[in-house]
Design a binder for this molecule. Structure first.
Ligand code: KG4
Ligand code: ZN
Length: 337
């Protein structure tokens, strides 16, 4: 089975073609970062319009690269939610229409399921069951995963997502959008021991997260600190250290609670090298194993949607002609595969 995958939930147009036997045949990505940089964040209307401009040329390019004609495709998968409704509608309309024109089935994919399954694009694949820490710009979730669509959400953020906290703190520090990776880069030059940020919600039981207080703490620290480069780097270091520590404490707690020793981290923030190495060390300490996607598949991309869609189409799950975008869509409402 060979399918086309389409991702347009936010500010990246991602297209991929995946084959059941041959793996990923093509993967194209267009990032709208420059378009939104002047505004310091994603402007939904501009995002939708840019997806419209880029989606068809990218699909053509992916089909060329995969040496694929319309008749070679057995299905189309598109991100159905959660995300920006206008942006989702572009991918859903184009994906559903192409499937209709090519007379093949279509399937709507949950964006966070795409992230969660992204490590499966590589070897070795994590075996079920495992605990997944999903850390993106829109969501922070701890999930027990027993199979595709068998998700038990153990905890999530009660306010800002981890990526959102990175982006907002970066903005307060005057770093360019998208701030997460910029802040991480600045933190590399930081020295430990200068600032101590709180580890929110780690002093009480449970697996929920809260990151908005860290952003306020960062704002207050910056206001009362000197403005030289080293001080800024030290603040970035202390902020990142607090986020990573908090995530690591919660991962350890989730593994203990579930009795599992396999951990998956996915979503944009899983591209953070310090987070990867810290969790790697932690998992070695408890004789477990951590899995994460290749760097290019941590942030939004079409390959993860193609992969998740392929699994669901193989299980016979298809989307009717009147499919809708689902800007809000709980992960644990998905059917098992
Ligand atoms: O998964 P993603 O591409 O989009 C959503 O589904 O939200 O995640 C984007 C988020 C942004 O908040 C971005 O700042 C963050 O991931 N991010 C990072 C890093 N790379 C991306 N945060 C910290 N360190 C990084 N290296
Ligand atoms: Zn995402």
């Amino acid at each position: 089975m060979r399918i086309l995958g389409i991702e347009t939930s936010c500010d990246e147009t991602g297209i991929a073609i995946i084959d059941d036997d041959l793996g990923l045949l093509s993967h194209q990505l267009y990032s709208q970062v420059k378009l939104h940089a002047d505004y310091g964040g994603v402007v939904p209307e501009l995002a939708s319009r840019d997806h419209i401009r880029k989606i068809v040329p990218l699909i053509k390019r992916a089909m060329q690269e995969a040496d694929c004609q319309a008749g070679d495709l057995d299905g189309v998968a598109f991100t159905q939610g959660p995300g920006l409704v206008g942006a989702l509608l572009v991918g859903a309309s184009v994906g559903r229409s192409l499937a209709y024109a090519w007379d093949v089935p279509a399937v709507g994919v949950h964006h966070m399921e795409g992230h969660l399954l992204a490590p499966m694009l590589d070897e070795p694949k994590p075996e079920y069951p495992f605990v997944a820490l999903l850390v993106s710009g829109g969501h922070t979730m701890m999930v027990r995963v027993d199979g595709i669509g068998q998700y038990d959400v153990l905890g999530e953020s009660v306010d800002d997502a981890a990526g959102e906290a990175f982006d907002k703190t970066a903005k307060i520090m005057g770093l360019d959008y998208p701030g997460g990776p910029m802040l991480a880069k600045l933190a590399e030059k930081g020295e430990p021991g200068h600032y101590k940020f709180p580890r929110p919600m780690t002093d009480r039981p449970g697996l929920d997260f809260s990151f908005s207080g860290l952003k306020t703490f960062a704002a207050n620290t910056i206001r009362s600190a000197a403005t030289d480069d080293q001080t800024r780097a030290n603040i970035a270091f202390a902020f990142q250290d607090a986020v990573i520590d908090t995530l690591a404490i919660k991962c350890k707690r989730a593994l203990k609670q579930t009795g599992l020793n396999r951990l998956v981290i996915a979503g944009g923030v899983s591209a953070n090298t310090e987070l990867r190495s810290r969790l790697e060390k932690m998992m070695q300490g408890i004789r477990g194993k951590v899995f994460y996607p290749k760097l290019e598949f941590c942030t939004d991309n079409g390959a993860m949607i193609a992969y998740a869609g392929l699994q669901r189409l193989k299980a016979g799950q298809v989307e009717g002609l009147s499919s809708k975008a689902k800007p809000r869509w709980p992960l644990d409402s998905l059917p098992p595969c």
